[in-house]
Each structure stands twice: as C-alpha cells, then as structure tokens.
Design a protein around this ligand. Structure first.
Ligand SMILES: NC(=O)c1ccc[n+]([C@@H]2O[C@H](COP(=O)([O-])OP(=O)(O)OC[C@H]3O[C@@H](n4cnc5c(N)ncnc54)[C@H](O)[C@@H]3O)[C@@H](O)[C@H]2O)c1
Length: 296
C-alpha cells in the first residue's frame, strides 16, 4: 500500500489525510468543493504547526507530511493509482451509493474501498459494487491524528484478506484496530448514542440542568467530557441521524431520539458548528436557558 485516496476534505477527511501522510503514504485528497480542499489543507497545516510547537514532530516532518498530500476536485484523476480509498464524504446514503458505484468503475480491480461512515450499512454500500468482498468500514474517531481507535467493520461479504490488509494498515498508522460486524451503529455509536440520548432525556424531564448532567458524568464516571457537551462537538444533527438509523434498523423504541434533540435540530441548534447547542459557543457561555425553553 502506497497510494491512499481520501474522499471528502471535511472534519474527518482532512484528519485521515493528515494521519496517512504523516506516516509516509502518498495521499490523494479529493473533494467536490475547492473551498473544502483549501480549508482542509489549512486545518492540516495548523494541526501540524501545533505538533511542531509541542515538539512532537520536527519542521521537516511537517514539510514532508504536507508534500505527501495532493488535492483533486476530480474523482477519476484522484483515484487513478489508489491502492486504498477511504471515503469520508457527507453522511448521506444516496451520495455514498453514488460514490461507491463510481469508485467501482474508476478504481483498479485491486483497490480496496473503505468507508468512514458512522452509521450507514457497509453491506448496503458494498452491494452496489462488483467487489463487495473488497469493501469495508474504516471508522476513525475525531480528531483522527490523536484518537487511537479504528473500528474496522466487516460487511456481510467482506473477505478475510481485505480485513487483514486493513487491520495491518491501521497498525502501521499507530492506531488500535477493533474488529466489528456490520449492524446499525456498529459498537461505538450503539453504546455512545443511547447514553447521549438519555442525557438529553434527563434534561428534557427537568431532572437536572446542562452543567449538572455533564458534571455528574465527568466527575462521577471519569468521562473527559460530559455527554451534552460531547453531543455539541459531534453535532446534534449527526447524533439525531445516527439514532434514527439505529431506530429504523432495529425497530426498537429504545433508540427513539428524545423530542428535545429533534426540536433543537429543527431550530438549527447543531452544537459547536452552528455556534449553539446545549452550550453557547459564540460567546463562550452556557446556553442552558436556551435549551430549557424547549424542555417540558
Ligand atoms: N464528524 C465526526 O465526528 C465523525 C466521526 C466519525 C465518522 N464520521 C463520518 O465521516 C464522514 C464525513 O464526516 P465529516 O464530519 O468529516 O463531514 P463534513 O461535512 O465535515 O465533510 C464532508 C465533506 O465531503 C465533501 N463531499 C460531499 N460530497 C462529495 C463528493 N461527491 N465527493 C467528494 N467530496 C464530497 C464535502 O464537500 C465536505 O467537504 C461521514 O460519513 C461521517 O458519518 C464523522
């Protein structure tokens, strides 16, 4: 494996590109938006600068990492020599099915196709290609250069050879791969999202306020961040969409999203990215009063 194409230069895509490039892989970073590519490279540069300042890497490492990344707006050109493609485009089923149909058409027969999806079925994605045994989930965590875990998701048809190759590759990135089968939410989100949903429900039922709920989980359970703040960082729309995937996939009411979460997303309060969720990021102050107006 030498050439890694990464599709999508957003939050995850630029982190995945950074990680591969820093480990001496040649990365073809592909996005439909030139603006996203520019922002992605700017983010990688800023994150490398921070690592240089902390003396974790040298100025030469930074230069070498950036030189390993080439950007493309055209998928066909970007994947021409790819040994592996890691798709990290927007979380949307139709979009991902279209991308994988194109990848199947334009990549060499030997190319492994991976998706970083948080919740979409790898089996469903694999089924639109002529190589389902070479399609796999490679679920990195945010921020990618720092977080150790890679959930490796085996679709129904993923071959042992594909799994072994991706597992080995993850280790070469100094990550810890964990083998997971393809069911809604995989492992990480199947456990995390019901906890976040229950934290929102606890707020909705006026059992306690935003800071109180987060403090209980931080100081009582040694979580580095409370569940409501974590939801703000993940994006409330993303949390809602993952819960809906699990609710639809298992047909089990225990995954039904809390009405307060639904209301906040409808009101455009997505968390950090919109400037406000359970906390107010625009002025760096708590938005508990904002959240409470949606509660019963
Ligand atoms: N954000 C997280 O914490 C997180 C964690 C794990 C996994 N994921 C998954 O990673 C994927 C990306 O999420 P994100 O948060 O980085 O999203 P994002 O919105 O930050 O970035 C998505 C990027 O995809 C690009 N894009 C859209 N259509 C495209 C196409 N056809 N070809 C190429 N690029 C295209 C967009 O221009 C955008 O730059 C999703 O599947 C998501 O579920 C996200």
């Amino acid at each position: 494996m030498k050439n890694i194409a990464v599709i999508g230069a957003g939050t995850m895509g630029n982190g995945i590109a950074h990680t591969f490039a820093q480990n001496d892989y040649k990365v073809q970073l592909i996005d439909v938006s030139k603006d996203s590519l520019n922002k992605g490279i700017a983010t990688i540069t800023k994150n490398l600068d921070r690592m240089v300042a902390k003396e974790k890497i040298s100025e030469d490492d930074k230069k070498r990492t950036l030189a390993n990344i080439t950007t493309y707006t055209n998928l066909v050109d970007g994947v021409e020599y790819a040994n592996l493609v890691v798709e990290a485009a927007t979380e949307n089923l139709d979009l991902k099915l279209k991308i994988f149909k194109d990848l199947d058409k334009f990549c060499s027969n030997e190319t492994i196709l991976a998706s970083n999806t948080s919740s979409i079925s790898i089996t469903e994605i694999a089924a639109v290609t002529s190589r389902p045994e070479m399609v796999i989930g490679m679920h990195f965590m945010n921020p990618v250069p720092i977080m150790k875990l890679v959930e490796i998701i085996k679709g129904y048809s993923t071959s042992a050879e594909t799994y072994n190759t991706v597992e080995e590759l993850s280790k070469k990135l100094n990550k810890v791969p964990v083998e997971v089968n393809d069911y809604p939410g995989f492992v990480a989100n199947r456990i995390l999202m019901p906890m976040i949903n229950e934290a929102v429900e606890t707020l909705y039922n006026s059992v306690a306020g935003v800071e109180e709920i987060d403090t209980v989980m931080k100081l009582g359970m040694a979580h580095p961040m409370g569940p409501l703040q974590l939801a703000d960082f993940i994006g409330l729309d993303v949390c809602l969409s993952i819960l809906n995937v699990m609710y639809d996939g298992f047909k089990n009411p225990k995954y039904a999203p809390c009405p307060l979460l639904v209301n906040m997303v409808m009101a455009g309060k997505m968390g950090v990215k919109s400037g406000e969720g359970f906390y107010d990021y625009s002025e760096n102050r708590k938005a508990e009063t904002v959240s409470k107006q949606f509660a019963k």
